[in-house]
Design a protein around this ligand. Structure first.
Ligand code: ATP
Length: 338
């Protein structure tokens, strides 16, 4: 649905050049929710704004649904942008217009007939749950309600893609979750491809299918959220995962008192999270064990669990037990052994 091909962006600022994006390659598939995570200044805003060419890349090509956005004339670009909605951290609503008028705004720009505008606006107000607030002005709304107006306005022209620029960063955790649930519902019901940028791993974990990690203008890691989350490769990714990790890091190093024992981290994903695989394998191998830490959580709608377990086994016996656990499809990482 979206292809970014060798995108670079360089700004001239105060007599020097800032390389905000360096050779970005990205392919967002139709219907997915794709997250881009990075620290402040990593280039997230610049990157998401190149997709609808609010920011024109210095080099490279942006293709959305088969259309080379970078090759369009200004008027064609305006037209094409109607198929790409966008929402913003600070909502960007027009303060002198009511909720209804804000949502109608892009439809009026597109010169849609009055009765069609009214019908569409009513539909959108229902979709985002603002029936009781339709005639209020933005100043009379909470942050979450303002973002619902922003979402309705972005969807007005039936876009294929919705870009979310730190859409929940100005909201409290509870409101964030309600907006994320709304985005997920929109993705599922309307089959709209969503690209979001954030600095919060919680956002990625809640609704994204795939994620790219941006660091100093470069993509340093990309993949399915479950893979990136459970097996982060890059230091920056590990920092983000640590933001939401329920398990404290196990101290490395000392193996004092561990003679004859092996400490492992076991990751369960999907339905196996609820199966007694660990119990059965240990019983079969006749290996006693102690659970030192444990957690169950979710990645979007996939449950996963992590346990830190001390096996009362070492050497060949520990290896055979670990192999049996892996045969059951569990991910087992040896933390330390005596
Ligand atoms: N218009 C501009 N002129 C000059 N430099 C810019 C401009 N816009 C962005 N930059 C620089 O480009 C780099 C990337 O900025 P960008 O806003 O894309 O990062 P970000 O990851 O979105 O950060 P934040 O989360 O703080 O918004 C930064 O070094 C920034 O200072």
């Amino acid at each position: 649905m979206i292809q970014l091909k060798q995108i670079s962006k360089t700004y001239a600022s105060g007599g020097r050049l800032v390389h905000a994006l360096k050779d970005i390659q990205l392919h967002v598939t139709k219907g997915e929710i794709f997250g881009i995570i990075g620290h402040s200044g990593a280039g997230k805003s610049t990157l998401i704004r190149t997709i609808n060419l609010l920011e024109r890349p210095s080099t490279g090509q942006v293709v959305v649904d088969g259309v080379d956005m970078t090759a369009l004339s200004q008027s064609k670009l305006q037209e094409e942008r109607r198929s790409i909605g966008m929402i913003f951290q600070h909502f960007n609503l027009l303060s002198s217009l009511t909720v209804r008028e804000n949502i109608a705004f892009p439809l009026r720009l597109a010169k849609r007939p009055k009765d069609a505008v009214k019908r569409r606006v009513d539909e959108l107000i229902g979709l985002v749950g603002l029936q009781e607030h339709a005639d209020k002005f933005p100043a009379q709304l909470s942050g979450g309600q303002k973002q619902r107006v922003g979402i309705a306005r972005a969807l007005a022209t039936d876009p294929k893609v919705l870009l979310c620029d730190e859409a929940t960063s100005a909201l409290d955790p509870q409101t964030t979750q309600s907006i994320l649930s709304l985005l997920l519902e929109i993705n599922r019901r309307l089959h709209i491809t969503i690209v979001l940028i954030t600095h919060e791993m919680q956002v990625i974990r809640s609704i994204c299918d795939r994620v790219a990690v941006l660091d100093s203008g470069e993509i340093v890691e990309t993949g399915l959220v479950a893979d990136v989350f459970l097996k982060p490769q890059h230091r920056t990714t590990r920092d983000f995962v640590a933001q939401v990790s329920e398990l404290p890091e196990i101290a490395q190093g000392s193996t004092d008192g561990m003679s004859g024992r092996t400490q492992v981290r076991i990751t369960f994903i999907g339905e196996q999270t609820y199966e007694p695989v660990l119990y059965h394998t240990m019983k079969e191998k006749n290996v006693p064990f102690a659970i030192l830490q444990g957690t169950i959580s979710r990645l979007k709608d996939v449950p996963y669990g992590q346990l830190v377990v001390e096996l009362h086994a070492s050497g060949g016996e520990a290896e055979r037990t670990i192999a049996a656990l892996r045969e059951q499809g569990l991910d087992v990482e040896v933390l330390k052994h005596g």
